[in-house]
Write a protein that binds this ligand. Structure first.
Ligand SMILES: [Zn+2]
Length: 397
C-alpha cells in the first residue's frame, strides 16, 4: 500500500505498471461538476471550501477522489462511478502519448501536494536540478497550465495543506555537498488570491521525517520527527545501536496561523501520517496511546491505548479510527464522539478506511498490487452496513 503502513514510507515511490486497455476507445470526459441537485444547493450554501484531505497520493472530495498515478492525474467520479483520466481532449491517445498534450499527463509532477479547489487543480512540479519545485494551477480538464510561484530550494516536498485560499507546503532541504550542514524543515505559505507567498516556518536539525498538517482554530498543527545527531556522530557511536533513536524526537507543534510562531508543543506524532482535528480537539499519538489536545483547556486526554489509526475527515462531531488485528487480519472501524467522549465500534471489514468526507466514506482494498478505491454512504456505514460499497470502474488502464 502507498501510505498505510508507517512513517518513513513517505519516501517510497510505488511504481505501478500500466495495463493499457486497448478495447476502450471512446473518449471519456470525467465530469467533475455533475452532482445531484441537492448536493449543488448544499455546496452553494457553504461559504468556504473544506480543507484538503490528503492520503499522500490521493485527495478526497465530496464528488470523488483525485490521484496521481505514473504522472497521470486521475479522478474517481462518484457521479459516473468511474476511475478515469481527467483529460477531455478529443482523439487524445492518453496513456500512449506520455506528453503534456494529454490533459491528464504532467511531466515531473510531484506525487504529493496537489488538490482540486473550486474550478482549478493545483499541483507541484519539479524542476531540472532536483532542488527546485514550483506550484502550478490548471483547469479541471488539465488545460491552461500556469506556474504560480517558485518554491524555496528543497530536496523533498512532504505535503501541502489547502485551507481557504492558502496553501501550506512542507518541504525539506539539505546541502549535501556540506556533510556537517543541518537539514531545514520549512513551510511555505502561498495565497492563491493575492498570489503572494513567503516562508512561514523554518527549523533545522539533522534529518526530518514528517507526519502531516491539519488546521485548528487559528492554529496550524504539524508533526515531525527529527534527530539532533549528524551522520558522522552516528558512525562514531556504531557500538550503540540505539544511539540515533535516543537522539531523535517526535513533536506535534501548533503554530499561530498568522505569525507562524510556535504556541503548542506536544510530545507525540501523527499516527499513520495523520493529525486529526475535530471540534476543538487535536488527535495524535504518544507511543501506542491515542490522545487528544483540547484547544480550550490546553490539556491532553488519553482515549485509547490500542494505537488506533485516525482517519481524516470533515466531520464536526466524530473522530473516526481504524484498528488492525494481525491474527484475524480484520480491520475494525470505530468512532469517537467528541460531544460525550464515547468510543463505539461501527463495523469490521477488510477495507482500508481512507477518509470520511461529508456524507461519504472512502475506502481502498488492502490486498493486491494496485490500489482500488471505493466508497459508501456514511449513513449506511455508521449503521455497520458495508454491503453497499461501490467500486469505481477503471477506465484507461
Ligand atoms: Zn489525454
Amino acid at each position: 500500500m502507498k501510505n498505510r503502513t508507517g512513517k518513513n514510507n513517505k519516501f517510497l515511490f510505488v511504481a505501478v505498471g500500466i495495463v493499457v486497455i486497448a478495447l476502450v476507445c471512446v473518449v471519456v470526459k470525467i465530469n467533475f461538476g455533475s452532482r445531484k441537485s441537492t448536493d449543488n444547493k448544499k455546496s452553494e450554501q457553504k461559504a468556504q471550501l473544506h480543507d484538503s484531505i490528503t492520503g499522500y497520493t490521493e485527495q478526497y472530495f465530496e464528488d470523488g477522489i483525485l490521484y496521481v498515478d505514473d504522472n497521470y492525474m486521475r479522478f474517481c467520479s462518484n457521479a459516473a462511478n468511474e476511475d478515469g483520466l481527467i483529460c477531455a481532449r478529443p482523439n487524445c491517445k492518453h496513456q500512449k502519448s506520455r506528453t503534456e498534450e494529454c490533459g491528464a499527463y504532467v511531466d515531473n509532477i510531484n506525487t504529493t501536494g496537489f488538490a482540486k479547489r473550486g474550478d482549478k487543480i493545483y499541483y507541484i512540479g519539479a524542476g531540472d536540478t532536483g532542488e527546485d519545485y514550483s506550484l502550478y494551477s490548471e483547469d479541471l480538464e488539465g488545460q491552461n497550465r500556469k506556474k504560480l510561484v517558485k518554491l524555496p530550494k528543497a530536496n523533498y516536498i512532504f505535503e501541502a495543506l489547502y485551507h481557504d485560499n492558502t496553501v501550506y507546503i512542507a518541504y525539506m532541504y539539505k546541502n549535501y555537498t556540506d556533510d556537517a550542514s543541518k537539514t531545514t524543515l520549512g513551510i511555505y505559505k502561498y495565497d492563491t488570491g493575492s498570489e503572494q507567498g513567503n516562508v512561514y516556518f523554518e527549523t533545522k536539525a539533522y534529518g526530518f521525517s514528517f507526519d502531516g498538517m491539519v488546521m485548528g482554530k487559528d492554529t496550524l498543527y504539524m508533526s515531525y520527527v527529527c534527530s539532533n545527531v549528524s551522520n558522522s556522530d552516528v558512525l562514531k557511536h556504531k557500538s550503540d545501536k540505539y544511539y540515533e533513536r535516543k537522539h531523535s524526537r517526535k513533536f506535534v507543534k501548533g503554530l499561530d496561523v498568522k505569525s507562524g510562531k510556535e504556541k503548542v508543543s506536544l510530545d507525540g506524532y501523527g499516527n499513520n501520517n495523520t493529525l486529526l482535528y475535530v471540534s476543538g480537539k487535536l488527535f495524535y499519538n504518544t507511543g501506542k496511546d491515542n490522545l487528544y489536545y483540547d484547544e480550550n483547556t490546553r490539556e491532553t486526554q488519553k482515549i485509547s491505548g490500542d494505537n488506533l489509526i485516525p482517519v481524516k475527515s470533515t466531520d464536526k462531531q466524530y473522530a473516526y479510527f481504524m484498528s488492525y488485528d494481525k491474527k484475524t487480519k480484520k480491520r475494525t472501524y470505530l468512532r469517537y464522539d467528541t460531544s460525550n467522549d464515547e468510543m463505539n465500534i461501527i463495523a469490521q471489514g477488510d477495507y482500508i478506511l481512507c477518509a470520511v468526507y461529508e456524507d461519504k466514506v472512502y475506502l481502498s482494498n488492502a490486498e493486491g498490487e494496485k490500489t482500488e478505491y471505493s466508497y459508501i454512504a456514511l449513513y449506511d456505514f455508521v449503521k455497520g452496513d458495508i454491503t453497499g460499497v461501490k467500486k469505481y470502474k477503471s477506465m484507461w488502464g
